[in-house]
Design a protein around this ligand. Structure first.
Ligand code: PGA
Length: 247
């Protein structure tokens, strides 16, 4: 696990985008694993800037997103499909037919989960996966629990995640209570992983993720076992590492 310490959010976003820039240049038809949330917005903005400057071509890129709320379709402005269209896909030359988000409106979530796993396999797996991290250590919507979830599955969101996500909705009652998410096993199969985090609220969980025990109670700690995981954090998210290691 490599940790890259950055000055601020902008610096973190640029460095993460730079890894995706080289991934796309090295393999123009790569499969990118993408994430939603407030953390990746700056990374996507930087990729859009490079695309607009003529330095990036998404025409052969394929993508798979980590998760989606159950019950929301792509026209709902809180759905993750909508987020991806607004924050990246509508602004670059990616073919929307090559972009994939789990279907939150599928009638049978177990079947949808298996379809999504098979889809990722059929694309040849994920070349580079972008991750944010929840304050409780979740990646995708893999919430803390007694066992690592292996494959894509339906998840019941924890109260802390519902509260953290309420800021995007009119009221907390509007936040969906379940989601469909790649499993930790799905994420761990990605060839390269890039996790980004910024701000003081993430400092403790970043320390736990990088130096705590590997436990499903901190789902992101599984990344310690990944052969090519890069954690990119700003000064504030690095603060607990700094304090505990006395650097
Ligand atoms: P955030 O969410 O980027 O909005 O902090 C991250 C996550 O919950 O995975």
């Amino acid at each position: 696990m490599k940790i890259i310490r950055c000055k601020d959010y902008e610096d973190m976003s640029k460095k993460a985008a730079a890894l995706f820039f080289s991934q796309i240049h090295m393999k123009p038809d790569c499969v990118l694993g993408l994430a939603t949330g407030s953390t990746p917005v700056g990374t996507y903005k930087q990729l859009i800037e490079w695309y607009e400057a003529g330095d990036l071509d998404f025409s052969k890129v394929k993508s798979v997103n980590l998760d989606e709320y159950v019950g929301l379709d792509g026209t709902n402005d809180q759905s993750y499909r909508y987020f991806m269209n607004e924050n990246l896909f509508n602004h670059v030359n990616i073919d929307k037919a090559n972009t994939n988000v789990p279907n939150g409106k599928a009638g049978n979530m177990d079947e949808e989960a298996l379809r999504y796993e098979a889809l990722i396999e059929s694309l040849g797996g994920i070349d580079m996966q972008l991750l944010g991290i929840g304050n409780n250590g979740h990646i995708g919507f893999n919430e803390p629990s007694d066992a690592f979830d292996k494959i894509t599955h339906e998840v019941k969101l924890t109260d802390s995640t519902i509260q953290a996500n309420a800021r995007f909705f009119e009221s907390i009652d509007d936040v969906p209570k379940t989601a469909i998410s790649m499993g930790i096993g799905t994420i761990m199969k990605a060839k390269k992983i890039v996790l980004i985090a910024n701000g003081p609220k993430k400092a403790d969980i970043i320390y736990e993720t990088c130096f705590g025990p590997i436990t499903p109670h901190v789902p992101a700690s599984a990344l310690q076992m990944h052969p090519d995981a890069t954690i990119i954090v700003d000064e504030e998210a690095y603060a607990t590492i700094l304090a505990k290691r006395g650097e």
